[in-house]
Design a protein around this ligand. Sequence first.
Ligand code: NAP
Length: 506
Amino acid sequence: MKTEISIKPTVFMIFGGTGDLAARKLIPALYNLYLDKFMPSQFAIIGLGRTEYTLESYRKEMLEGVTEFSRSGKPDTKTWKAFAENIRFLNADLEQEKTYQNLSQIIDKCDDEWTEPANVVHYLAVAPRFFPIIAENLAKVKLTQDKCRCRIVIEKPFGHDLESAKALNILLRGIFDESQIYRIDHYLGKETVQNMMAFRFANALFEPVWNRNFIEHVQISVSEKIGVGDRGGYYDHSGALRDMVQNHLLQLVCLVAMESPVSFGADEVRNRRVDVLKAIRPFNAQELNQNIVRGQYNGGWVEGEEVNGYREEKGVNPQSNTETFAALKFFVDNWRWQNVPFYVRTGKRMHQQSSIISIQFKDVPHKIFPDDAAEIWQQNRLIISIQPEMSIRLQVQAKRPGVNMVLNPVDMVFDYQGTYTHDGPEAYETLLLDVLQGDQTLFMRADQVEVAWELLMPVIEFWEKKTSLNFPNYSADSWGPELAEALIAKDGFHWYSLPVSKKPKS
Ligand code: NAP
């Protein structure tokens, strides 16, 4: 959480200002930053889109977004009015040069009216096919040249595969300096994810045991209860590997497995994250046959409601070979992690919505207690729950109260809701503030994105070449295909899931 900031006047351009992301995440995040007094004293938010709005109707639409999606709820009229004064709307087509000339004029006008020249953030909340179009047109009207003042934010997905990610990086770096490019992965802005760094490197307790000598295995599980919904058309060309593993899950792996940075500098932290990806053992033919599992959900019942199977969803090919579930086992080949298996899984239409990291420690070297004292024996486990519950639990063995020595596992819990009285910022708030301040620590660098794609390309190609004969292979409201259980069970472990949270918090 920032404590003291001074941000230059900023023009915040939202390409895709009429879209879902703008109304659901970006404007609510900017509004909350305004409430918390983190917005610059002079700023303008320019929403762009072809949908016809008047300035008034656009502001009204954004107010509805904030009312519905902001953690701060319905804005009070006076504060909203003061914030909304800074919102403008440009009815424009991204494919027309004139649009960019208009933008240039708007920025010039702000520069004239404000006390100092504005920083300009170009936020690309549009489909990836527009990324090159926007970048090239901005360059044409010379809105990209000033390294200090101009920034570009690219939403996921960053590329469809290694080749397209490389091509996009080449294009962007032909126009912008790397220091101007913010590749966003909103997982990195989540409080619990950021807390991984604090937890590991601000405590003397964990780092000495954070290695192959004490850790038996690591699991990362990101499960969603929802299906593809209206995103079938997009998702059917993507799948779980591209949509979740390439970005969110590998980011979490990086935070668990990284070495300590020397400082909290952006490049220092990002170097350590890239090191992890580079150390992951590439998937060879044997691993492709043994260590990866894909799944696709079938129809079924979820909380009393009948739901479609993936192949019946809107926009999805009825013979689709796209995976809605992926589980992988791999190793990180370095001194710290040699031979410690990492298991990651993610899926849609699963039994529970949850994102958790589970670090299982090795067993004690010698058990002094008789079998009947230790009937329920559980090796120490650290569970970092990212969402919906935000907590860190250390599972330890303890003596149950009573005259006999009977052991059972108990949780030492750090729970955000119980510990702090105020809500933390949403991931997008943290990340947008970083963009405004020019801090790239929580954003992905070109090399990181490419290494992540490089790692997964053998899996993507393997699955694309080989049609799955057993799809759909897991039912809605389950924990995925049985083969995913087998993947981890054959090593003697099982997937960990949290007991259902009493007070879910999204
Ligand atoms: P969306 O609701 O479909 O919005 C697309 C936006 O692009 C609309 O504002 C649309 O405006 C604009 N657009 C399309 N063609 C245009 C053109 N020729 N000229 C001007 N504007 C044009 O998509 P979204 O959900 O907001 O997602 C946007 C991007 O963010 C995507 O890359 C997505 O993968 C990513 N993302 C979204 C979310 C989310 O929660 N929604 C989360 C993570 C990442 P008009 O139709 O008015 O022209």
